[in-house]
Ligand binder design. Structure first.
Ligand code: PLP
Length: 379
């Protein structure tokens, strides 16, 4: 029989079923503690997350967007400064820069990894550059080893956007180093569908610097270091204890879930070969030394829009991340960029397609996904 059940892009229900007991126990603990914002549960999560990342410090925040904003605030990014980043990312990467009145300077991407090109970044540096935000897109780290030194020598801070890359790593000097420990600050999102997801909004900033971590910790509580005394103007960006308790449970499983995503990615690659799809489809490339965590499994496909519609008709949820490059967003028109300025990023917006990807995705489901693609390219 033909299985007509739809295949989602992500299935939180299946994931919840695996940890329901542990989560309910953790929630009970928080509910009876009646300590709902910050407090011991949040501190415990920060310490456990820092331990996992092998980061010196981790300071939680209310979202990934706030983590980026707090990181830039801690660096004193202000009007007149420039911050370099990629035009091919989620909106929040760039909006945090303009919220502080600084200028966004985009640099084009590499077509193979979808990540920002370090050659283009070097060309984009001016006297006014204050920070650089590499985004580890879709779960794969940027090649940061040379650029961090280059930036340090010019007094330009590196703020990693790790929102999609919790648990990703890359070899450095023979050892592995996780996303979030390469730059001056690392910013994480625990939005429910991220690889480590809360059950609401949550985020975190990592840093090797006590000065920067302390500054973030102060800025997230209205710039106050002791009760009702404000050294500076901060924001309200505290993590809920309920989210911390859920994250502590899920952190214990994130390695297993990441390996399951990696298995699913390998299966897709094999299925493309089996169905002779490599002439139409380019799978995501894992660069040497990298551990891709497949937050999204994003291919480049010929006739992408037609394929996307064809899959939808068959009940298979494929998605376009991202359909419009950031330099072409209406709200950034004031920057003066136009079509053709970042050709690699613009080309990706026409070719990329995210296939269903989550730890519980099954082989029969993947066979259906790739089978439907094969049917499309035969037509
Ligand atoms: C999700 C995401 C963010 C923002 O995180 P929120 O927790 O949703 O605020 C920032 N950057 C990237 C690349 C993201 O994917």
């Amino acid at each position: 029989m033909h299985n007509k059940e739809s295949i989602p892009s992500f299935d939180l229900k299946r994931n919840y079923a695996r940890v329901e007991g542990e989560i309910k126990e953790a929630l009970d603990r928080v509910l009876s503690s009646t300590q709902f914002i910050l407090g011991p549960e949040v501190t415990a999560f920060e310490n456990e997350a820092a331990g996992y990342l092998e980061a010196h410090r981790a300071v939680s925040a209310a979202s990934g967007t706030d983590a980026l904003l707090l990181a830039l605030m801690a660096l004193d990014v202000k009007p007149g400064d420039e911050v370099i980043t990629t035009p091919f990312s989620f909106f929040a990467t760039a909006s945090c820069i303009s919220r502080l009145g600084a200028r966004i300077v985009f640099a084009d991407v590499e077509p193979g990894s979808y990540n920002i090109s370090m050659d283009r970044v070097r060309e984009a540096v001016t006297e006014r550059a204050k920070a650089f935000i590499p985004v580890h897109l879709f779960g794969q780290m940027c090649s940061l080893e040379d650029i961090t030194e280059f930036m340090a020598s010019r007094n330009i801070a590196v703020v990693e956007d790790c929102a999609q890359a919790f648990g990703a790593h890359r070899t450095r000097g023979g050892a592995i180093a996780r996303a979030g420990v390469w730059g001056d600050l690392g910013c994480f999102s625990f939005f429910p569908t991220k690889n480590l997801g809360a059950f609401g909004d949550a985020g975190m900033v990592s840093s090797a610097s006590d000065t920067l971590a302390d500054r973030v910790a102060k800025l997230r509580v209205h710039g106050s270091s002791s009760s009702y005394l404000h050294d500076e103007i901060g924001i309200n960006s505290r993590m809920d204890a309920i989210q911390a308790a859920i994250l502590r449970v899920r952190l214990r499983h994130v390695e297993t879930w990441t390996e399951e995503r990696r298995d699913a990615a390998r299966r897709y690659n094999l299925l493309f070969a089996e169905h002779n799809l490599y002439e139409h489809v380019t799978p995501p490339a894992e660069a040497k030394g990298n551990r891709h965590t497949y937050h999204q499994y994003v291919i480049r496909a010929s006739r992408r829009d037609e394929l996307n519609a064809f899959m939808a008709e068959r009940g298979i949820a494929t998605r376009v991340y991202y359909p419009l490059a950031l330099h072409l967003q209406p709200c950034f028109a004031y920057l003066g960029y136009g079509k053709g300025d970042f050709p690699a990023a613009e080309k990706l917006t026409e070719e990329v397609l995210a296939l269903p990807m989550f730890p519980e995705l099954t082989m029969p489901e993947q066979e259906r996904v790739v089978g439907a693609m094969a049917e499309f390219y035969r037509s």
